[in-house]
Design a protein around this ligand. Structure first.
Ligand SMILES: O=P(O)(O)OC[C@H]1O[C@H](OP(=O)(O)OP(=O)(O)O)[C@H](O)[C@@H]1O
Ligand SMILES: Nc1ncnc2[nH]cnc12
Length: 254
């Protein structure tokens, strides 16, 4: 099938420069727990958990009528003590893969068995009763978080892959990057019209990647109930590009 360039385009590269804290985000208060970088080179340690709000509070912008109950759930939830550990388990590596980029490294979260389990549990607790039929995981790091969530909530897992990786017939969605475009692909037949989809990735920056995933799912008639990420970089305003789809995140990069 043909590729198409979606209306959701990201205006900057996937590798993102981090803005100063002075650049106040115009986003709705969606945050849960800020990741802060220690003075040492790579490992971050959270200084003070000065701003913890519930992960369930943090996310859903309630544009999709079908997801309004998720927003309601969020607003009623108390702070969750699991968030500081999750946040502090994420390492920030400056200048990777290019100078100026603060890389949010979730591999250290995977080494912390409690924090990793808590991460999965938080998503499972949110989605287990939402009648989700498909969890769509975005390559590559959405492949880490998506499958355990899918298994736990009884949904199928569908990989959303980079070009020319899937062997069967695919549909493709191009999306803009700062210099050029990238493409995401999904197997034809993996998702059916009427499926209720959750899109999972580790991180939202400009939102271009999640936008492409949403478009692929909607092209086959699925209903995207929500997007979920471990980390949001709010300064990049990716949330605003999600065509009204709710976004749920656990922590935000500072
Ligand atoms: O919100 P965006 O600006 O679209 O960026 C977010 C995407 O960037 C990273 O993946 P990347 O494209 O680096 O691929 P990888 O996981 O295969 O390294 C990240 O895991 C998200 O998928
Ligand atoms: N700062 C960042 N860290 C990790 N993955 C990213 N993808 C886009 N920006 C990123």
């Amino acid at each position: 099938m043909q590729s198409s360039v979606g209306v959701c385009s990201s205006s900057s590269s996937n590798w993102l420069f981090r803005f100063s804290a002075a650049a106040a985000p115009l986003l709705p208060s969606s945050l849960t727990f800020p990741i802060s970088k220690s003075s040492s080179s790579s490992l971050i340690t959270l200084s003070t958990p000065s701003l913890i709000s519930s992960p369930l509070r943090s996310t859903a912008s309630a544009s999709a009528a079908d997801s309004s109950h998720l927003t309601e759930m969020a607003s009623n939830d108390a702070q969750d003590p699991r968030l500081p550990r999750i946040s502090s388990a994420i390492r920030v590596i400056p200048d990777f893969p290019k100078p100026g980029i603060m890389f949010q490294d979730i591999t250290t979260l995977l080494l912390d068995t409690k924090a990793f389990k808590d991460t999965i549990d938080l998503f499972v607790e949110r989605y287990r009763d939402q009648n989700i039929s498909v969890v769509a995981g975005v390559e590559a790091r959405g492949f880490i978080f998506g499958p355990p969530i899918a298994l736990a909530i009884g949904a199928k897992f569908v990989p959303m892959r980079k070009p020319n990786k899937l062997p069967g017939e695919v549909i493709s969605e191009e999306y803009s990057l700062e210099y050029g475009t990238d493409k995401m692909e999904m197997h034809v037949g993996a998702v059916q019209a009427g499926d209720r989809a959750l899109v999972i990735d580790d991180l939202i920056a400009t939102g271009g990647t999640l936008c492409a995933a949403i478009k692929l799912l909607e092209r086959v008639g699925a209903q995207v109930v929500e997007c979920a990420c471990v980390i949001e970089l709010p300064e990049l305003k990716g949330r605003e590009k999600l065509t009204g789809k709710p976004l749920f995140v656990l922590v935000k990069g500072a």
